[in-house]
Design a protein around this ligand. Structure first.
Ligand SMILES: Nc1ncnc2c1ncn2[C@@H]1O[C@H](COP(=O)(O)OP(=O)(O)OP(=O)(O)O)[C@@H](O)[C@H]1O
Ligand SMILES: [Mg+2]
Length: 401
């Protein structure tokens, strides 16, 4: 039977991507049926600063993709996002102690109601990381097993109510309905990582225009997420400032000649651009400085969460910013692990444009669109199933508020 069409909108800092596609029954490959793109306006570092401008941009992408009236999954990022690990324990009073889907959902609901949240924060994701059944560790899928005392360890992602509302309103102004909200690096991870990547232990780094988003996985489970408010746009602004040239010129220079490996650039080399010449070494120093800043923050974030030594699979870089020459090499140096750049994989059919790192989030949103919002953890094999237990309650409080 053909799978139903699902829809996503990645509201990026530099571009909006609307996407329609089908996820296969095993949920390990997608076919992209349609994609529409528009330059992003009205957003800064992942948050809406001008609702009308943002809605117009989204509408442009929606029209280009033919999504009007559909129910979509929307990506979210920005410095208002925070995340932490928590655990909740409940006693199973069910008949013959079998753990039901309903009981698993109750655990997730309980994790949503954690007290550490600020008043203006709401939970976006509760991602189960593993269960302890009557003291026995290491259970990934508890449903169907028997236990009296059940502990769920989970990674909880929350965001500022106002920022989430502003994003959802701008998207709905554009004529679609928001079905669920997805943390962008989780979507990118779905698109770029395999189940075995996530089993081995891996760091996903989505270097976008406005933010750099981190998600780490071990034994198939999400272990840490973070959003750093620096991205490809910062490289461009720095070049523009340093070389005293317009932003658009700096962007073109960066893409054509940019590298973050200043040591490899001849100190007197000059690059021709717009009728003049620029010092290639100076440019690379500016870019390397920023790149190191992003990677230093990343390393600190991994250290704080104690996950830097849990990534034998290394770092997987995606997002448009990962295309800057030398990024994986510099990441290896600064993070002390293997690194590579990745684009969406497991794409069926003939949609070549999406095979670029810039489309990782959009493609990944389709996997979330294909998940039943209320299903508990299930499915076979490692990674993908660890995210399938996510329940999105955002919609209900958004409606209410
Ligand atoms: N070939 C390239 N070399 C260097 N940088 C590039 C290249 N292609 C794109 N970029 C940069 O990638 C950035 C955009 O990346 P991407 O499309 O992933 O961001 P976004 O999704 O719009 O933003 P965000 O995820 O932060 O909201 C821009 O800063 C752009 O300059
Ligand atoms: Mg992005």
């Amino acid at each position: 039977m053909a799978q139903p069409l699902v829809y996503g909108i990645d509201v990026g800092t530099t571009k909006i991507v609307a996407i329609a596609g089908r996820v296969n029954a095993r949920r390990d490959a997608v076919e992209v049926v349609s994609i529409g793109e528009a330059p992003s306006r009205g957003l800064k570092r992942g948050v809406v600063v001008d609702r009308e401008a943002a809605a117009d941009s989204v509408a442009e992408a929606v029209e280009a993709c033919g999504l009007r009236g559909q129910r979509v999954s929307v990506g979210i990022a920005g410095s208002h996002i925070s995340s932490f690990n928590t655990e909740v324990t409940l006693l199973n009073r069910g008949r013959n102690l079998t753990i039901t889907e309903r009981f698993a959902r109750k655990l997730e609901q309980e994790a949503r109601e954690v007290e550490d949240l600020q008043e203006d924060e709401r939970v976006i994701h509760v991602v189960p990381r593993g269960y302890v059944l009557d003291g026995a560790e290491g259970v990934k899928r508890p449903v169907g097993l028997a236990a009296r005392k059940v502990t769920m360890r989970a990674h909880v992602v929350s965001g500022a109510v106002s920022s989430i509302q502003n994003l959802l309103r701008a998207v709905e102004d554009a004529g679609v309905t928001v079905g669920r909200v997805v943390l962008e690096p989780l979507a990118s991870a779905e698109a770029c990582l395999t189940a075995s990547d996530r089993d081995n232990g891996v760091v996903l780094l989505d270097v976008g225009g406005g933010t750099t988003d981190i998600a780490t996985f071990l034994k198939g489970a999400l272990t840490h997420t973070a959003v750093i408010p620096i991205g490809g746009e910062s490289f461009t602004s720095d070049l523009s400032y340093g070389l005293k040239i317009p932003h658009a010129d700096a962007e073109a220079l960066k893409i054509k000649y940019g590298t973050v490996l200043s040591g490899a650039v001849d100190s007197v080399a000059a690059v021709p651009f717009g009728g003049t010449h620029y010092n290639a070494s100076f440019m690379s120093q500016i870019l390397e400085y920023r790149a190191r800043e992003i990677l230093d923050y990343t390393r600190e974030s991994l250290n704080e969460a104690r996950v830097r030594d849990q990534a034998p699979g290394g770092a997987v870089l995606t997002g448009g910013g990962s295309l800057l020459d030398g990024m994986p090499e510099l990441a290896e140096t600064v993070l002390g692990m293997r690194a590579r750049t990745a684009a969406p994989t497991r794409i069926k059919g003939n949609n070549k444009p999406v095979l670029k790192p810039q489309y990782a989030t959009a493609v990944g949103l389709l996997y979330f669109g294909a998940k039943n919002g209320h299903s508990g953890p299930k499915g076979k094999g490692g990674g993908a199933s660890s995210i399938s237990g996510i329940v999105s309650a955002v919609r209900s409080w958004f409606r209410g508020g």
